[in-house]
Design a protein around this ligand. Structure first.
Ligand SMILES: [Zn+2]
Length: 341
């Protein structure tokens, strides 16, 4: 099963925060993979690529008894958007989509749909940005100002249905899946109290990282999982894989870990959760982009939030990671996964 770890870290970096939001200018943030060279588009995508999404929008509206004429939406690709992936202008009902690869060529069908529907929301429906949240923490509308690309996926059809409903009718009632998730159930609890742990340590390439089940330092008796790094190298991690009892779609999950660090430099350590189905990865959540865990401190509780569980994931992988450009020593203890319904 180790091969699975090869796609452990899908590092996404938000490279552009933009938008001074004057009514219709758009602001979709751009994600690029770290260290990735810009990809050249062999031939600029043609406007026919956009047509199918205009038609899809017309069809979605028709299915909701709202008549939108195909010809009432103008659209074009442009090389002239530096920050946004698209704009929607309600004055001339024009949608413009950037030819930059991270805005279109490298996007999935659903991501392209989200971008197009958001811009059509500006251009044809006159919608403005709205960052209101639903009770569970999700955005109320596809028209939020930020990175919309992952608002819904093929694994969350209930979200897609709602967000298109809401796009066409902002008075759409709150969906049932958006209720606040407050009822906790602990589904995993490991206090690492012996040498017979079921956690596996994995490193790559060189040997600048090492691991140990430490009985010297612990948050609860009598052990913890230790990683030491003496020099920069590839990242390494402790991993644990299990099949949880059924977890409902939309449940909130938290992963709590007590972490002690001694002189940890660089990007530090991070904790992560990955859900897999038979077809591969369904979700991946990490503290890597949201909080830096580095330095020296006694055992301290850190929490990773997974706001919306995808029930297609039948296997849960937990990771305690020392970053590749880090040095120092980390101890991990008392790993608890809590489900909130
Ligand atoms: Zn916008």
């Amino acid at each position: 099963m180790k091969y699975r770890y090869l796609y452990l870290i899908s590092i996404l970096i938000l490279v552009n925060a933009c938008s001074n939001d004057t009514n219709t200018d758009d602001s979709i943030l751009v994600e690029t993979k770290e260290n990735e060279e810009p990809v050249e588009i062999p031939n600029n995508p043609s406007n026919t690529n956009l047509e199918q999404y205009i038609q899809r929008f017309v069809d979605e509206a028709a299915a909701r008894n709202i008549e939108i004429e195909f010809g009432s939406i103008n659209f074009t690709f442009t090389d002239n958007l530096d920050f946004a992936c698209g704009t929607g202008n309600s004055t001339n009902r024009l949608v413009r989509i950037s030819t930059r690869p991270e805005c279109w060529v490298e996007r999935t069908d659903i991501e392209r749909e989200i971008l197009m529907f958001h811009e059509i929301g500006h251009a044809r429906l006159g919608r403005l940005h709205d960052n209101t949240k639903l009770p569970n923490g999700d955005f109320k509308t596809l028209m939020f100002d930020g990175n919309q690309f992952r608002l819904y996926t093929e694994n969350t059809p209930e979200k897609r249905a709602y967000y298109i409903d809401e796009l066409l009718d902002p008075n759409t009632p709150k969906p049932s899946w958006a209720s606040a998730k407050l009822n906790p159930t602990i589904i995993f609890n490991d206090s690492i109290n012996g040498k017979d742990t079921n956690w596996d340590y994995s490193g790559f390439g060189d040997s600048n990282h090492s691991s140990e089940i430490s009985s010297t330092h612990f948050s609860s008796p009598g052990s913890s999982l230790k990683i030491s790094a003496t020099a920069h190298s590839d990242f390494s991690f402790w991993g644990f894989t299990f099949s949880p009892e059924e977890i409902a779609q939309g449940s909130r999950l938290t992963m709590e870990v007590d972490i002690r660090l001694d002189n940890v430099t660089g990007e530090g350590v991070f904790i992560a959760m990955r859900g897999d189905s038979e077809d591969g990865m369904v979700f991946f959540e990490t503290t890597q982009l949201t909080k830096t865990i580095a330095g020296t401190f006694p055992f301290t509780k850190y929490t990773l939030e997974l706001p919306y569980y995808i029930e297609k994931a039948k296997i849960l992988n937990l990771f305690l990671i020392m970053g590749g450009n880090s040095t120092g020593t980390a101890y991990f203890d008392d790993i608890v996964i809590t489900k909130y319904d």
